[in-house]
Design a protein. Structure first.
Lengths: 358, 157
């Protein structure tokens, strides 16, 4: 029975993840279009029905599946095939650690809305995200193309410069909610701060949030930090890929957006917590109450999680269509000279505040 | 580090500009979706094959040959258009007619549109106002090169 429940959870989480990924490609096109006073992809139709281009992701998928899967004669064939799968796998597995909602109780059984609630959940996600770079280095290496290799090396160099700051920015957060378990971090964000504000990471760790945001944007390898790809100069690590293998790299990009959004939500914006919503309904600041059934509360919480994730996806796409690309040395500068000192300051400051107020 | 921090406000300003564009355009898109007519539109795009911009009165599009009252071409095969054409895409073969006012009409008048650069010099050069580029037909793509070679019958239509 437990295995069946876990299988159902895996399938549901993957479906949620992949559908959101598909529709992020649609959102990316539409949002960029709206920002630039255009209309965006709206021609894909099924029997003449267009509905503002909502079929576009499927048209793209069909196109990519039927394209020729070209492997250059000079590439290392096995590694060339392995690289996109590695890159895809390490991002896709991150979703298993994300808490989608509070525990559900059916009879005597407690079902947590999370596939894999490890004690080291946060470290697990960070580890998998940084392992994802292997796919990129490998694709650059296996393509046996100098520009692809350059893209792979850039990816590795970029990883070293932001990964330290990414880890350090979360240390302050772990000190505040003393746990690495993602479900516990979300649970402890449920209370109120000074009796008014929800006890979210954004209010307790504002500096940590900014550092994490910078580092996480570098993690997604999209425009302000898209050095491994570098469209205008080296085309990037996936130059020698075509069809669905290239599609896997592209999907990895979008999945990283979702993972970063879920991380931002879970760590800094209260995960599935709705402000002032307890287990039995809303408790307003002026003492008012709006009681609800347990099921309605859970539905609201899962909905809140989804809305937050969606908002952060929107925000990241907005950033991608706002800023130009940073130069190679500027990324290093930001990583080593700005983010790491700031995150150390954050850790020391958090420690001081914790000792003063305890 | 201080310098980098001073850029921070500029970064926020930049994203506020794109966010403003997004919100303003989304408002107009939403109004349109619910059937409200606004003077400003959410996007400046013209959905081309369905919606067409009206062409300017001085535009140049597909050529046409004009006819006399007896439905013969007005062209007198003076070869001025052939001479002036920079792409050398016009071919004219003359044929005699008994009428002393006309003397010649073309027996073949071929324009190779795959070479034509739509400069309009032929229209300017024509002393008889026999060729014009005012059909308004601008979507001239074909699947074969042969279909782009317009002869006398096609041009007189």
């Amino acid at each position: 029975m437990d295995i069946v429940i876990i299988l159902i959870k895996v399938v549901l989480a993957l479906v949620w993840f992949l559908v959101l990924t598909l529709y992020l490609t649609w959102l990316e096109r539409k949002e960029s279009a709206v920002i630039q006073d255009r209309v965006g992809a709206n021609r894909a139709s099924v029997f003449g029905i267009r509905i503002i281009g909502l079929f576009q992701p499927f048209a793209d998928a069909i196109k990519m599946i039927f394209k020729e899967d070209f492997v250059p004669a000079f590439s290392r064939k096995f590694l060339h095939t392995l690289a996109p799968f590695l890159s895809f796998f390490f991002v896709a597995i991150c979703i298993s650690a994300m808490p989608f909602g509070d525990d559900i109780r059916i009879g005597s059984r407690t079902i947590s809305l999370q596939i894999f609630d490890a004690n080291v959940g946060l470290l697990f996600v960070l580890a998998m995200l940084s392992l994802g770079i292997y796919g990129i280095i490998l694709s650059g290496w296996a393509s046996n193309n100098r520009y692809s290799l350059l893209g792979g090396i850039r990816g590795a160099a970029q990883l070293i410069s932001y990964e330290v700051a990414l880890g350090l920015s979360l240390v302050g957060l772990i000190m505040v909610y003393p746990s690495l378990k993602l479900s516990e971090i979300v649970q402890s964000q449920g209370g109120l701060l000074f009796g008014v504000l929800p006890r979210w990471g954004v209010f307790l760790q504002p500096l940590g949030l900014v550092i994490f945001l910078f580092a996480a944007l570098a993690e997604t390898k999209r425009v302000p930090f898209d050095l491994p790809e570098g469209e205008s100069e080296i085309i990037g690590f996936f130059t020698e890929y075509s069809g669905l293998k290239w599609g896997l790299f592209m999907m990895t990009d979008f999945m990283e957006i979702i993972i970063v959004s879920t991380l931002l939500t879970t760590l800094f914006f209260g995960g599935w917590q709705v402000p002032w919503l307890g287990t039995d309904g809303f408790h307003f600041l002026w003492g008012g109450q709006w009681l609800m059934t347990r099921w309605l509360v859970i539905v609201l919480q899962v909905l809140a999680f989804n809305i937050k994730v969606f908002l952060f996806c929107w925000f990241q796409i907005l950033i991608r269509w706002t800023y130009p690309r940073l130069r190679y040395d500027q990324v290093m500068d930001i990583g080593w000279k700005l983010l790491i000192p700031l995150s150390l300051v954050n850790i020391v400051g958090t420690g001081l505040l914790l000792t003063v107020f305890k | 580090m201080i310098k980098a921090l001073s850029y921070f406000w500029e970064l926020i300003k930049g994203s506020l500009i794109t966010a403003r564009h997004f919100v303003v355009n989304m408002v107009f898109h939403t109004l349109k979706l619910f059937g409200f007519k606004t003077r400003r539109r959410g996007a400046v795009t013209i959905q081309y094959p369905e919606q067409k911009k009206t062409l300017a009165s001085r535009h140049r599009s597909l050529h046409r040959l004009l006819k006399r009252q007896d439905l013969k071409p007005r062209c007198v095969s003076c070869m001025l258009c052939v001479t002036v054409c920079p792409a050398e895409c016009i071919y004219v073969e003359a044929q005699e007619v008994p009428d002393p006012d006309i003397q010649k009409i073309p027996s073949a008048f071929v324009i190779d549109l795959s070479r034509c650069c739509f400069c309009g010099f032929c229209v300017e050069a024509c002393p008889e106002d026999a060729i014009r580029m005012d059909t308004g037909k601008i979507d001239l793509a074909e699947v074969s090169r042969q279909a782009l070679i317009y002869d006398l019958d096609k041009l007189l239509k």
